[in-house]
Design a protein around this ligand. Structure first.
Ligand SMILES: [Zn+2]
Length: 265
């Protein structure tokens, strides 16, 4: 229910799921309300977030850096540079190989969006707008010039929904022309245009004399007793702590995915 409410595109859909949450667990609804609806519900988020529902890239980076975390700081920086060189190279090659009018990921979304509108028909059409009637009579208004649709998928994701694609087909407009610039293949190529080179041996560099004159002292901190921790210390909102996603699921009476894996019925 929480996931459905968070991912709902329309405010009406969000209200329905939120009402279900309130019925199932008033405590959970109060907790979610206290966080601030706009922080977790797509329908109420006032800015552009495309399909990004989290800003927690640090979690992925933490996992990727696990191999180099035990190393001294200079070795860790070399490890990160090596990793970025590999990642950027793979992405650069992939973007340069692309010959389609949109990126492969956008193409997948377009295919799914069109399939979801199978059986729909265009009811009426004016120069840049159309009404699409679904197989069960649901109606959606598409405004191609404004890149909007009443289903709100086009507005939020910036990728044409199935309704917009049907209208575009009727008007002879290419799907790729309806994408925002940031999702176009040319921007994808430009993103990885700059090279990240692998680290070179320090002896091959001419060090500016000003660097040698500097007296750099180690940080004035006290080293805590014991071996340095290899595992990240969980922050607020992480597993098992107050305010976590696990806590929301517990309030709703749901078992966590981990529970389901560990204790099969
Ligand atoms: Zn739509």
């Amino acid at each position: 229910m929480v996931v459905s409410a968070a991912f709902a595109f329309r405010v009406g859909g969000f209200r329905k799921f939120y009402a279900d949450i309130t019925t199932a667990s008033p405590e959970c609804a109060r907790y979610l309300h206290k966080i601030g609806i706009a922080h977790w519900a797509r329908a109420h988020f006032p800015e552009e977030r495309y399909n990004l529902m989290t800003s927690n890239a640090a979690e992925q980076l933490n996992k990727a850096l696990r191999g180099g975390r035990k190393s001294p700081i200079m070795e860790l920086l070399k490890f990160v540079q090596d990793m970025m060189t590999r990642w950027f190279n793979a992405r650069r090659n992939k973007s340069l190989r692309n010959r389609g009018s949109c990126t492969p990921e956008v193409d997948k979304v377009l295919t799914a969006n069109l399939a979801a509108c199978k059986g729909s028909r265009i009811n009426s059409i004016s120069s840049w707008s159309a009404q699409i009637v679904g197989p069960f009579g649901e109606k959606h208004q598409v405004m191609l010039k404004e890149k909007r649709c009443s289903c709100r998928v086009f507005d939020k994701l910036k990728i044409p929904c199935g309704h917009a694609m049907m209208a575009a087909d009727r008007l002879g407009i290419s799907y790729s022309s309806l994408l925002v610039n940031t999702l176009k293949p040319s921007i994808w190529v430009d993103t990885y245009e700059e090279l990240i080179t692998p680290p070179e041996d320090a002896v091959d560099y001419d060090m500016p004399p000003t660097v040698g004159e500097k007296n750099v002292m180690p940080p004035n901190t006290k080293r805590p007793p014991g071996r340095p921790k290899e595992i990240r210390i969980p922050s607020t909102g992480c597993k098992g702590q107050k305010g976590s996603a696990e806590q929301v699921l517990t309030m709703l009476g749901c078992r966590t995915q981990q529970d389901q894996l560990q204790k099969p019925d």
